[in-house]
Write a protein that binds this ligand. Structure first.
Ligand SMILES: Cc1cc2nc3c(=O)[nH]c(=O)nc-3n(C[C@H](O)[C@H](O)[C@H](O)COP(=O)(O)OP(=O)(O)OC[C@H]3O[C@@H](n4cnc5c(N)ncnc54)[C@H](O)[C@@H]3O)c2cc1C
Length: 437
């Protein structure tokens, strides 16, 4: 017989942890992670987190986000995100997160497609700073149980109501967990791509389950390619060279050492320009030249990137480094409303797994941590307001655990479903857009 919780949160990245912290302390919560508790993309975020600097910044922040998203964003969600941003930063500081300062005041940096400096950062390890502090605060909570190396393999659901999940431990042993509410905070889908900046285990599992159980998805073909990851012939996760490096002045060069694009255009535009240049030059990468950035700025603002480049055999202080685009972020996801509710009852989705429409067709740099936190808190508030939950008296017999015996094949099938859906939606969109040309 499975255990009973008030809330099960699937994922211990920024979204899942912040949701746990924002729920009432009298809720019994289970948070699971497929990998180690700190094995989330949230830990990898380098550049920073956006915030509306003051009321005068509202219009410009909104326009930058909408423009980057090709105006396909859900305006209501963008508005909510921007207006909540300062509260979220205060929460983070309250949880012990430290952002870099200049003369005692918070320092702001800039990335591509931002018309102003409005990004808070902690050197080039902002995600680690934020997420490690959130994890430490969650670990202090008596009402939260954290389980690492535990994988959600299915939902226990019927008639469009979710009653909990089926999860597997490291040895493949499956159990059911009953919960009033299930929150999907499973991150993106980089694991299904050959070249991605994401952890390999973050592979769109929730999307496959949504497809299987007929829960609405949105913009599944909106997958962001990051223009600049360190070129290497080794396999595994691609190392990101944050856009803030270009924001601080680094330039892109072709094989002859010539600039070929405005480096601060939106990501999709820069990535396309790099791919076109590589094709034209018949090269496997282009070059990123750090020399316009003062040396002490490289060492102080980008120590992690600097070190990583050195280890790969390139010294950014004296030579350009080879870079190539790679899959990076997922704008689409499980469709949710402004309170992070999916189309299935008692099932929420937050963070990169979800699509609340903030990002439209293309994400503005450093908006995703903010969006994850804002809508994780909204989910928590919404869950706290629910007075009564649907229960299944026959919960323990609703699923046959024997059907999950071959987990390896099952997870492989999930990944294949996700890849096929991306292809299908991409094709459908191309056809639709051609009709309108
Ligand atoms: C290299 C890199 C740099 C980035 N830089 C920035 C930046 O500077 N600013 C910014 O705003 N954004 C940045 N991003 C994006 C941002 O980090 C993510 O969008 C955001 O952190 C997503 O948070 P999340 O909580 O939704 O998911 P994640 O942090 O990815 O967490 C997903 C969690 O779900 C778990 N999980 C997945 N599937 C299952 C399953 N089946 N069962 C159980 N658990 C599961 C994982 O183990 C993990 O715990 C960056 C991303 C990368 C990869």
């Amino acid at each position: 017989m499975g255990k009973k919780y008030d809330v099960v949160i699937v994922g211990t990245g920024a979204a899942g942890l912040f949701c746990a912290l924002s729920l009432p302390r009298d809720k019994k919560i289970l948070c699971i992670s497929k990998d180690a508790l700190d094995g989330s993309d949230s830990f990898l975020a380098q550049g920073g987190i956006c915030v509306m600097r003051d009321d005068d910044d509202y219009d410009s922040f909104l326009e930058d986000t909408m423009k980057a998203g090709h105006y396909e964003n859900r305006r209501e969600s963008v508005d909510i995100m921007i207006r909540s941003s300062r509260e979220i930063i205060e929460d983070l500081i309250g949880y012990g997160v430290e952002f870099d300062k200049e003369n005692g005041q918070l320092a702001f940096t800039k990335e591509g497609a931002h018309s102003k400096n409005r990004i808070l950062f902690h050197a080039d390890v902002t995600g680690r700073e934020i997420t490690s502090k959130l994890l430490a605060r969650v670990q202090e909570l008596k009402n939260v149980t954290l389980m690492a190396h535990t994988t959600m393999v299915d939902w226990v659901c019927r008639d469009n109501v979710c009653y909990g999940i089926v999860m597997a431990d490291m040895d493949g042993k499956t159990t059911t967990v009953e919960a009033d509410v299930t929150v999907l905070a499973c991150g993106g889908l980089g694991g299904v791509y050959e070249h991605s900046t994401n952890f390999r285990h973050i592979s769109g599992d929730a999307l496959a389950l949504a497809l299987y159980h007929d829960v609405e998805l949105e913009n599944v073909d909106y997958v962001q390619i990051h223009p600049t990851t360190l070129f290497t012939r080794q396999s595994g996760r691609s190392f990101l060279i944050s856009e803030s490096v270009r924001g601080e002045g680094a330039i892109l060069l072709d094989k002859n050492g010539n600039r070929f694009v405005d480096e601060l255009l939106p990501r999709d535009v820069v990535a396309k320009a790099i791919q076109a240049q590589m094709k034209k030059d018949k090269t496997e990468h282009v070059w990123l030249d750090f020399s316009p950035i003062p040396k002490d700025e490289i060492l102080n603002h980008f120590p992690n990137i600097y070190q990583h480049c050195l280890e790969a055999g390139y010294d950014p202080l004296v030579e350009p480094v080879p870079v190539v685009p790679a899959q990076h972020y997922f704008m689409g996801g499980v469709h949710v409303d402004k309170d992070s509710r999916t189309t299935m009852e008692q099932l929420y989705a937050i963070g990169e797994t979800s699509c609340n429409g903030v990002h439209g067709r293309n994400r503005l740099a450093s908006n995703s941590l903010l969006e994850s936190l804002v809508f994780a808190k909204r989910a928590a508030r919404d869950i706290a307001l629910i007075q009564e939950f649907k229960k299944a008296d026959d919960f323990d017999t609703m699923v046959d655990l024997n059907s999950y015996e071959d987990l390896y094949t099952l997870m492989d099938n999930y990944h294949a479903m996700v890849v096929a859906e991306i292809k299908k939606q991409k094709k459908l969109r191309e056809e639709k857009e051609k009709e309108h040309e």
